[in-house]
Design a protein around this ligand. Structure first.
Ligand code: BDR
Ligand code: CA
Length: 319
């Protein structure tokens, strides 16, 4: 069983990943931590609470960072064209009863949960890396107590999606991502190299709705806005970025990885670019030296990833 804290900025593809984590029989979702990204922190936190209520997810929600690690960084923009003004495809959101963890910000929730379950917690982070960076800076000792960190973010052998160099989750807080990649915990990075190949067609989603219940219907309603946006990028369907990271957790055999230290470009025209020095390559002394080797996913078997998502979300089964 994988005990997971899901760090997220819901977010339409985040919503699918949340439902997957909740339904997968080998995953115990012990907490949801929110971060700004697809929308401001008030909105992503409200969305996490709403989805938790709509899908009867018992995991507590802890509110996280609303600004970058480096407070001097200029604010970005909200990707309303992709996720909608409300972050979840403009579906109507009723009043919410659930509340966030009182006085327990996301990074502290991460620290406390990891310390309560040494060696057991996997952090799945699919938004900006700010909460994880805050946690490891406040308590560096958690690095050796975390089982694994699985991240959706970055673009290694392909272009980014917010600039030719950078992917959104990393570009939104490059300094935080660099802290996370260079920390002494095992990180696996699922970036655009593999997520852009993992496209769920609208027909595939419609079949999931036909064989699933109300939960899948809500997911589909939320996703239509995103599918409309992605018409300009992939033709038909949605790129299931964040779910790819969740599938890695239970089916790492569906991915190929490359090992080596990772650094993030902070500033300049390539702001937010992720660069790995493969372990197999030698270079003169440089910025990658003395940092831990992490894993970057370079290849994926998309059809099987989609089948794993469907089995969990529609029938609560592990494939
Ligand atoms: C990532 O950015 C966000 O818009 C998505 O939710 C995903 O986590 C893709 O670049
Ligand atoms: Ca996300």
């Amino acid at each position: 069983m994988h005990k997971v804290i899901f760090d997220t900025d819901p977010g339409i593809d985040d919503a699918m990943a949340l439902l997957f984590l909740h339904k997968h029989p080998q995953i115990d979702l012990v907490g949801v931590t929110t971060v700004f990204g697809n929308a401001p922190i008030d909105i992503t936190t409200r969305n996490a609470l709403y989805l938790g209520e709509a899908w009867s997810i018992p995991a507590p929600v802890a509110r996280g960072a609303g600004v970058t690690l480096d407070a001097d960084r200029k604010g970005g923009y909200w990707p309303t064209a992709i996720h909608g003004e409300n972050g979840i495809g403009e579906v109507a959101i009723p009043d919410i009863i659930n509340r966030v963890e009182d006085g327990h910000p996301a990074h502290q929730f991460i620290i406390d949960t990891v310390r309560a379950h040494p060696g057991e917690i996997t952090l799945v982070a699919v938004g900006r890396m700010t909460n994880l960076a805050l946690a490891i800076k406040a308590d560096p000792g958690i690095a050796s107590l975390v089982r694994q960190v699985v991240i959706m973010g970055g673009a290694f052998d392909v272009n980014g999606n917010v600039s030719p160099a950078a992917e959104a989750n990393i570009h939104g807080d490059p300094e935080a991502a660099d802290v996370v990649f260079t920390a002494a915990w095992p990180v696996v990075v699922i970036g655009l190299d593999v997520t852009m190949q993992t496209v769920m067609t609208s027909g595939f989603l419609a079949e999931m709705v036909a064989s699933g219940g109300e939960d899948v219907r809500l997911l589909s309603d939320i996703s239509q806005f995103y599918i409309e946006f992605y018409k300009t990028r992939v033709g038909d369907g949605m790129v299931v970025h964040d779910s790819c990271a969740c599938v890695y957790l239970v089916r790492p055999d569906l991915f190929e990885t490359r090992s080596g230290p990772i650094r993030v470009v902070c500033g300049g025209i390539a702001d937010g670019q992720t660069i790995q020095k493969p372990d197999s390559r030698g270079f003169p002394p440089g910025h990658w030296d003395s940092h831990p080797s992490q894993l970057v996913c370079t290849k994926v078997r998309p059809d099987e990833v989609l089948a794993v998502i469907r089995a969990a979300i529609v029938s609560g089964q592990a494939l």
